[in-house]
Design a protein around this ligand. Structure first.
Ligand SMILES: Cc1cc2nc3c(=O)[nH]c(=O)nc-3n(C[C@H](O)[C@H](O)[C@H](O)COP(=O)(O)O)c2cc1C
Length: 168
């Protein structure tokens, strides 16, 4: 699928079919995330792929929306701040690195006909506990991954003139 078309059709999907995600598709999607650029090529993140129903069930204490758990796969993107590049003034770019990797993953999923939804409104302590995440890793973003049951309408975007300033 053309990149612009992929970007255009991506939605935050909040209703999933239970159908499994094929392994070859999952591999391509994960590899797309690993191909993302990171500051100074530090690659300061790791991905946890959750298919186990019991573990998914335990995550309900961290994020309670039922639709989230009908998806066959949940992916947790974790930041590794200690490994990330920092600017001279101390600004750490780990969140940017994780977001780029996650966006690669999410667009790849879209190109494969799969739905995702960025999820930040979870309880990080619960996620750390359930997924046995070590102290040096911070769970930053979750997404369900699966075939959409409902494809939402496009959401509102601010007009270009409000968002972009051109210096000629
Ligand atoms: C960093 C980030 C965090 C988000 N967290 C949540 C969330 O916790 N729960 C949720 O339902 N949607 C979440 N979203 C999805 C946004 O609500 C959604 O992207 C936005 O409304 C635009 O809709 P669209 O993705 O369908 O274009 C998040 C999106 C981003 C980028």
């Amino acid at each position: 699928m053309d990149l612009y078309e992929t970007i255009k059709i991506r939605r935050s999907v909040r209703a999933y079919k239970k159908d499994p995600v094929e392994d070859d598709k999952l591999d391509r999607i994960i590899n797309a995330a690993l191909l993302a650029p990171t500051a100074a090529n530090r690659q300061p993140f790791s991905l946890i792929i959750i298919k186990n129903e019991q573990v998914k069930h335990k995550l309900k204490d961290a994020y309670s929306q039922e639709w989230f758990y009908t998806a066959p796969v949940i992916i947790c993107a974790c930041a590794l701040p200690d490994a990330a590049w920092k600017r001279n003034d101390g600004k750490c770019y780990v969140d940017v690195d994780v977001a780029i990797a996650m966006d690669h993953l999410i667009l790849a999923a879209s190109a494969e006909g799969l739905g995702t939804c960025w999820i930040a409104a979870f309880k990080p302590k619960v996620v750390k506990n359930v997924l046995n995440i070590p102290d040096n890793l911070e769970p930053l973003i979750l997404t369900p991954l699966g075939y959409p049951e409902i494809i939402p309408e496009p959401t509102f975007r601010k007009p270009l003139g409000e968002m972009v300033r051109e210096i000629k």
